[in-house]
Ligand binder design. Structure first.
Ligand code: AMP
Ligand code: GLY
Length: 429
């Protein structure tokens, strides 16, 4: 053992099996501190860089048993479901080192009302809101206000719990689903003011009151070009963001991320892990749209390739409750385009063969792939992301568009306008 109880060559377990976890595994594989990486459950791409363990991200007891038996030095948690199920509390109760927030701190993501209430009490800028559990009262309130109405189900709803209703009929149908028919379970609804402006993702490593910012990224949530179609888990991302000034970034760091880390400490549930601010640059200034208690997906796939520092040291410091210090970042831009199964985010078929990944001049992170009879096949909604780097987002965009075409599969689609927002800003300037 060396200083700070860090073993010289560590065994690390990554929990999850998507593109985010592939990017985490990839970053860990660049660490001089890491000897062996396990990933549960992983996927076909991750299997090339880590030993996949056939355990699901919600099998908390089994994951802890595995970490104990294998002598895992550090576990890193990807998905929110594992956090909300209390994986960190369970590991810590067994004396196992883990990177991620406790169940109490993860409420910043799992409960919209907890997050809004905290922001209200600590002066963290966000949209005005009211919370309801009664359908009639919620409906009356929405009727008394201008459209569009922003309705958020209070709980984890896999990205489907937010409705931006442009008509009263749409608002009423959503309130019925959420409060009368309990479509997502018994819960409450937060009704928010509608804000406008470009959105961006600010992820920070947080260890109690210590906040180590990552470079900014922008996700593309709608399924089709021009921000058309339904909301998805994210169809592409890029970093850095030309429309965010250093002043914006400093404001977001001090008045949003640092304040939130301090607020969670003051509330008796200090945050350790990645705090993700989903922020909007509105005409009135930066506002919080949502917080997540984990790395974003696909933002992680474009942010971590830009990290120059050793990620194991950061994970380890945060998991110990120590100050992770500063991080160094590469200057190049990254841009990633997601390939998704036709039909996603609705129903889709699996098992289509994928070819050409080895021809790609860039990084291919797997999101939903499997090996069947020796062939690489689709096994999820979002299947893979092609990430290219270049001197600026425009060049990275051109390269990623060229590279993504090398992937052959009859059942995949992708957006061809990832990063266009950054470009139109550059053109306008
Ligand atoms: P959320 O799950 O809270 O991030 O919401 C999903 C998406 O809905 C966001 O990425 C925004 O595009 C949109 N949205 C959420 N809240 C608001 C709001 N108050 N005003 C305008 N758009 C919003
Ligand atoms: N990309 C948005 C999220 O991870 O929630």
């Amino acid at each position: 053992m060396s200083e700070n109880n860090i073993p010289r060559r560590a065994k690390v377990l990554v929990v999850g099996g998507g593109g985010r976890e592939h990017a985490i595994v990839d970053a860990l594989s660049r660490s001089s501190r890491v000897e062996k990486i396990y990933c549960a459950p992983g996927n076909a791409g991750i299997a090339r860089q880590a030993k996949c363990v056939p355990l699901e991200d919600t099998q908390i007891d089994e994951l802890a048993d595995f970490a104990g038996q294998e002598g895992i030095d550090l576990t890193v948690v990807g998905p929110e479901v594992s956090l909300a199920a209390g994986i960190v509390d369970e590991f810590e109760s067994r004396g196992l080192k883990i990177f991620g927030p406790s169940k109490a701190a993860a409420r910043i993501e799992s409960s919209k009302e907890f997050a809004k209430d905290l922001m209200g009490r600590y002066g963290i800028p966000t949209a005005g809101y009211r919370a309801f559990d009664d359908y009639r009262k919620a409906s009356e309130y929405v009727r008394s206000r201008p459209l569009p109405a922003v309705l958020k189900y209070d709980g984890l709803a896999a990205g489907k719990g937010v409705v931006i209703a442009r008509t009263m009929e749409e608002a009423d149908a959503a309130l019925r689903d959420m409060l009368l028919d309990d479509k997502f379970g018994k819960g409450r609804v937060v009704v928010e003011d509608f804000l406008t402006g470009p959105e961006f993702s600010f992820m920070c490593f947080v260890s109690g009151r210590k906040v180590l910012p990552m470079v900014l990224a922008q996700d593309h949530k709608r399924a089709f070009d021009g921000d058309e179609g339904p909301n998805t888990g994210g169809m592409g991302a890029y970093s850095p963001l030309p429309f965010i000034t250093p002043e914006d970034e400093a404001f977001a760091l001090e008045k949003v991320m640092q304040r939130t880390a301090d607020a969670l400490c003051d509330e008796g549930c200090p945050f350790t892990g990645v705090l993700y601010g989903g922020l909007m640059k509105t005409p009135q200034g930066i506002r919080v749209i949502e917080f997540n208690a984990r790395f974003g997906d696909p933002e992680t796939e474009v942010v971590l390739p830009r990290l120059k520092s050793d990620i194991y040291d950061i994970f380890s410091a945060v998991a110990d409750g120590r100050d992770p210090g500063e991080a160094e970042w590469h200057d190049f831009a990254t841009l990633g385009i997601v390939l998704a199964s036709k039909g996603y985010p609705g129903s889709y078929e699996k098992g289509y063969e994928i070819t050409g990944t080895e021809q790609v001049d860039g990084v291919v992170y797997h999101m939903g792939t499997a090996i069947k009879e020796g062939r690489l096949v689709t096994s999820g909604g979002r299947v893979m992301i092609v990430v290219c780097r270049s001197a600026d987002p425009e060049q990275a965009r051109c390269r990623a568009l060229e590279e993504v075409r090398k992937i052959g599969c009859e059942n995949l689609f992708y957006r061809s306008d990832i990063g266009m927002k950054a470009l139109s800003f550059l053109v306008k300037k």
